[in-house]
Design a protein around this ligand. Structure first.
Ligand code: GLU
Length: 306
């Protein structure tokens, strides 16, 4: 990978920015500048290449579902977590409720949709909500090698005030016995995680640790157990790109996770940690320019795992 290639990926991605628009169901996200676009690539030695708007901060949104799952699996047994959530893709949109009220199987299909991530978040332990938040924040800071990483409280409040669909989801799961304890506290923790503000550089470090089997390429420290990394990467392939996951796997072929803040991370195994950012989204919630940059990098660097 060299600077020229990253720059070409950026120029290619720019041509597709105009086909998308920022998410508006979270009011604070609607005001983001749709023309922003950036890419950061971290190799397995921790070297970083960047192009475009890589200093721009954006919220992780659904990319944080990976972090919630990693923490939940650190604190609980696999059985405890996976009695509350499955491992199957849905083909539905990320906030869909249609499969949540099935007579015999009402657990959410996987940890990458909102219902599944909320169920996973409910298993994150701590004596208080503050303690649970601090555990998550400390781990996210470590994963990204950024001790200044914090919550964007404007986005958090915007979502907490308007997150009616997520409230419907959690209360439905509460009535079906999936959720225990305070729904409002679990939701607050979920919204806090979604509102973590980071840059392409931060997230490329996280992605590089996933690509490097859980060991940080910059410090050499193991941050995630290998078994968890394998599980997380498999979910990224099958469910990471919303209801575009199948087509993305077939055409781009990299474990990836998208968020409605405009970020997407990819972790071609043993190769690179990649983060692209562009708040202009397509109708499924994926960054239009970001998708095209990933397509370009996969093709030109032979990163398709299949
Ligand atoms: N905070 C967002 C929500 O719950 C995350 C959605 C996403 O990025 O897919 O609706």
């Amino acid at each position: 990978m060299d600077q020229q290639l990253i720059q070409s990926a950026l120029s290619y991605g720019r041509r597709f920015v105009r086909y998308g628009k920022p998410a508006s169901y979270i009011p604070e996200l609607a005001s983001k500048d749709p023309s922003k676009l950036g890419v950061a690539v971290c190799d397995m030695e921790g070297n970083l290449l960047t192009a475009g708007d890589t200093e721009e901060k954006f919220t992780m949104q659904s990319i944080s579902k990976l972090i919630a799952l990693i923490i939940a699996l650190e604190q609980n047994s696999y059985d405890d977590v996976f009695t509350k959530v499955g491992l199957e893709p849905t083909g539905d949109s990320f906030s869909s409720t249609v499969r949540l009220d099935h007579l015999t199987n009402n657990k959410p299909f996987n940890p990458m949709i909102n219902a599944g991530a909320i169920a996973v978040t409910s298993t994150i332990r701590g004596a208080s909500l503050e303690e649970r938040r601090d555990v998550c924040l400390a781990f996210a800071r470590k994963l990204m090698g950024n001790s200044g990483l914090d919550v964007d409280y404007e986005v958090f409040l915007s979502e907490a005030r308007t997150g009616y669909k997520n409230r419907a989801i959690i209360y439905l799961m509460r009535s079906n016995g999936i959720i225990e304890g305070s729904c409002e506290e679990h939701l607050e923790l979920y919204f806090l995680l979604c509102s973590l503000a980071c840059t392409c550089r931060d997230l490329s470090m996280f992605a590089a640790t996933l690509a490097n089997d859980g060991i940080s390429p910059s410090t050499g420290e193991r941050l995630i157990p290998l078994r968890t990394v394998k599980l997380v990467r498999s979910l990224m392939v099958t469910c990471g790109m919303y209801d575009y996951s199948g087509e993305f796997a077939a055409t781009v072929g990299m474990p990836s996770k998208s968020g409605v803040g405009g970020g997407i991370i990819s972790c071609p195994i043993g190769r690179y940690g990649i983060c692209v950012y562009g708040p202009a989204l397509d109708e499924k919630g994926n960054s239009t320019g970001g998708l095209k940059m990933l397509e370009y990098l996969s093709e030109n660097m032979d990163l398709n795992m299949f």
